[in-house]
Design a protein around this ligand. Structure first.
Ligand code: DOR
Length: 430
């Protein structure tokens, strides 16, 4: 089966390409990218992409699909449909399901479900500790053999340094990271928002910035000690950026991610939006937002992910201390990043694509993240200048818990292909 995407501005950070040209696809794989190709063949599918950007599909290495166990919040079918709408062609699903994905059999079970229901490529994380209880290490090698793409106890800080150290050692031969939810569990146990003047004013228990910094420094030290590889999840503080920068300069094998909410919003959203703005780690201050942006610019922060964390409307309608933490992100992450990083701050489109596709693909050792010949034809076609308004009621995700409802964003996904197959087409929605 041959396909041809015509006339798009092709942006591929992996090889520095940024030019209007055509993409030839053969049997779901990129066959060629360039200006001069043989004449069209009969039966070839032609996608007219003039006026659009064609980029490698986004790789979101931090999502929660909630299946098995919490299907009222999300399922693999709805979560991956949301990914497709957001231009995301590969997702990494965290292990904090019920049961926890902590054995090779459960990894295999998840891949069986994904084969049946997933609209985009789904990779699963395996837990570091059994049941994510922080007491006993999982079968690291077995999880990897079954196809776990990384290990993490995300959602629950892994306080046991012995388990983290052993896991880093045992992951080392794979070159894959442990994903660290860096928040010191003792320091955040009762906190519901950033600790500071505002939490005191509102009378809420706080989660201090030092809780995040403490655990990520510990994990960076353990990575240095073992030669293992740690990736820091959802970085939110100025101090974290500074510590990661220092550790990278010292040669520690450490990478890091942040999410759009940490470079667009501050803790004040809790006062305005209540539980809709509750997330772990919490939204911080303007000073932190600026440091996150600096960290992205100088690549202290390697990638942008969503931490897509769907919850039900009932759960999120509770008062702040009683509501679960988290926000959805798959259907807004590209547009938020384009709006802020490209349109507002003037960073190139290739910068945004690198952070959302090429860099995470490299971290996870995936063939995706590029449009060079031989890569899977995982492609997002988007209009970088189209304006639209976030309407959660239109989301494919079951989760409507976004603090960005009503925001006008610039940059819209028009079509998403996975292995050459169209998995989302905005034209279908018109
Ligand atoms: O706010 C969050 N929600 N942070 C996490 O790390 C986990 C996530 C969830 O699973 O709901």
């Amino acid at each position: 089966m041959k396909q041809r995407i015509c006339g798009a501005r092709v942006i591929d950070p992996a090889c520095g390409r940024d030019a209007v040209c055509d993409i030839l696809i053969e049997d779901g794989v990129i066959a060629a990218v360039g200006e001069e190709f043989p004449a069209r063949e009969e039966g070839e599918e032609v996608i007219d992409a003039r006026g659009l950007v064609a980029a490698p599909g986004l790789v979101d290495m931090h999502t929660h699909m909630r299946e098995p166990g919490f299907e009222a919040k999300e399922t693999i079918a709805t979560g991956t449909a949301a990914a497709a709408r957001g231009g995301v062609t590969s997702i990494l699903a965290m292990a904090n399901t019920l049961p926890v994905i902590d054995s090779p059999e459960r990894v295999a079970m998840l891949y069986e479900r994904a084969k049946r229901d997933a609209r985009v490529r789904l990779y699963t994380v395996g837990a570091v500790s059994k049941g994510m209880q922080g007491k006993e290490i999982t079968d690291v090698e077995g999880l990897l053999r079954a196809g776990a793409a990384a290990l993490s106890d995300d959602g629950v800080p892994l306080m046991n340094a012995q388990i983290m150290r052993r896991a880093l050692q045992r992951m080392k031969p794979s070159g894959l990271p442990i994903l660290s939810h860096s928040e010191d569990g003792d320091l955040v146990r009762t906190g519901v928002m950033n600790e500071g003047a505002l939490s005191r004013k509102l009378g809420y228990e706080g989660r201090p910035a030092v809780a995040e910094e403490l655990l990520l420094v510990r994990d960076g030290m353990l990575a240095a000690d073992t030669g293992g590889y740690v990736h820091i999840c959802h970085v939110s503080t100025k101090g974290s950026v500074a510590y990661i920068r220092q550790m990278k300069a010292a040669g520690v094998k450490i990478t890091a991610e942040t999410c759009p909410q940490y470079f667009t919003l501050t803790e004040e959203e809790i006062e305005k939006q209540g539980a809709m703005a509750k997330v772990n780690p919490p939204l911080r201050t303007q000073e932190d937002v600026e440091a996150i942006l600096e960290g992205l610019k100088d690549s202290t922060l390697d990638c942008i992910v969503t931490d897509h964390a769907p919850h039900t409307a009932e759960e999120k309608s509770r008062e702040v201390p009683k509501a679960p933490s988290g926000m959805v992100g798959l259907e807004t992450s590209l547009a938020l990043s384009l709006t802020v990083l490209h349109h507002r701050l003037g960073l190139p489109l290739s910068f945004v694509i690198e952070k959302m596709s090429t860099a995470p693909a490299k971290i996870l050792q995936l063939k995706a993240g590029t449009l060079q010949p031989g890569a899977p034809a995982d492609i997002v076609l988007f209009d970088p200048d189209e304006k639209w308004t976030v309407r959660p009621e239109h989301f494919a995700s079951k989760g409507r818990n976004t603090p960005f409802a009503g925001w006008e964003l610039t940059g819209r996904v028009r079509r998403t292909l996975v292995g050459g197959k169209t998995v989302y087409n905005a034209m279908d929605e018109l």
